[in-house]
Design a protein around this ligand. Structure first.
Ligand SMILES: Nc1ncnc2c1ncn2[C@@H]1O[C@H](COP(=O)(O)OP(=O)(O)OP(=O)(O)O)[C@@H](O)[C@H]1O
Ligand SMILES: [Mg+2]
Length: 321
């Protein structure tokens, strides 16, 4: 099984990371995917939001990353009330991990080491992170293949994206070259407010982010908070809510994406293939057409059955299509 390891991250607090983890996980599971939610936030909101109360005898993400020889991961994973959705829970002990591991060798890779063995069991491993670049987030980034960034449609959240992308670049350089930003999910979108529309427009037109913006937008919906409080994913709490529909759409978008890319440039070009760096900008002088190109990437060279391109130019434009 080709497991997709998805980090849901944003250093900014309260942007919807945890509800995205819970509801995306549940929606993917309802689509028949096998999903593991990993809670790497000492606030343990994903754990509570999935209706799991951690007791003394349970193992948590803290136990997994604390010891050089971590316990068998299977013993820490618990089922949830929903088919196909399992949880590696957290509790407040995790807050101490940052300091306790400060002098430990290989501390960034503890989660990766523990989870690598079970990869094949799941279609998706969806990981919640705290609102800071702590060792916990770094552990998640070290194991993840892709990052999903919830971004509140609010000016502060938009401004904070720059820092996050800098951080991700450092992680790509230093720890995990394969890490890729899969998408930015606009959250807390309020149809009635001008600021929501303005920030959404900014995201969609900003050349740093526009190709990464998910088509699915999460609208503001108080049922989302109610369902988290009730310890249930929204689709099982109130199926008819806009929040349930939005997270369903996001799950479909993410699952359908697979390894194909569709990029909005002067025209839309569909690409299928291994990961391509997000920084690449594609352009074509051809009239509207859909291209299906199987790409392979080899030290900056992109080869397809039809074309082969050198490194992108200064603007990242690949010429020759
Ligand atoms: N679309 C939404 N509409 C209404 N309320 C929402 C929405 N998304 C999240 N919330 C609520 O907003 C609060 C913050 O959401 P959440 O906990 O998911 O953010 P977070 O990014 O994980 O926060 P933190 O950085 O503290 O971990 C929660 O009370 C949640 O229930
Ligand atoms: Mg959270």
């Amino acid at each position: 099984m080709n497991t997709r390891n998805v980090a849901v991250a944003n250093e900014k607090g309260g942007v919807g990371k945890t509800v995205t983890v819970i509801n995306l996980g549940a929606a993917l599971a309802a689509m028949g995917k096998k999903v593991l939610v990993v809670d790497m936030d000492p606030q343990a909101n994903a754990t509570k939001g999935l209706g799991v109360a951690v007791t003394e005898d349970m193992l948590t993400t803290y136990d997994i990353i604390k010891n050089h020889k971590s316990p068998v991961i299977d013993q820490a994973i618990v089922p949830t009330a929903w088919d196909g959705l399992e949880l590696l829970p957290a509790d407040a002990d995790l807050a101490g991990a940052d300091i306790e591991l400060v002098n430990e060798y290989g501390r960034e890779n503890r989660l990766k080491r523990a989870l690598t063995g079970i990869g094949d069991t799941y279609d998706f491993i969806v990981m919640d992170t705290p609102p800071s670049l702590s060792l916990l987030t770094v552990n998640v980034f070290a194991f993840a293949s892709e990052v999903l960034v919830p971004c509140q449609t609010h000016p502060y959240a938009y401004d904070a994206l720059e820092n996050l992308f800098d951080t991700i670049e450092v992680v790509q350089d230093e720890i995990n070259a394969g890490l890729e930003v899969k998408g930015i999910v606009p959250t807390f979108f309020d149809q009635r407010t001008r600021v929501s529309h303005e920030i959404l427009e900014k995201l969609k037109t900003d050349q740093r982010y526009r190709e990464l913006i998910c088509e699915s937008i999460i609208r503001i919906n108080t049922t989302i908070a109610e369902s988290a409080n009730a310890g249930m994913p929204i689709m099982h709490f109130r199926r008819s809510s806009s929040g349930a529909a939005d997270y369903q759409a996001l799950a479909e978008e993410l699952a359908g994406q697979g390894r194909s890319f569709s990029l909005n440039v002067r025209q839309r070009i569909h690409l299928r293939g291994p990961r391509l760096p997000a920084a690449f900008r594609w352009s074509s002088s051809r009239p509207r057409q859909k291209y299906d190109i199987n790409c392979s990437r080899d030290s900056g060279l992109i080869r397809t059955p039809f074309f082969s391109f050198g490194k992108p130019g200064p603007q990242g434009q690949i010429k020759g299509l």
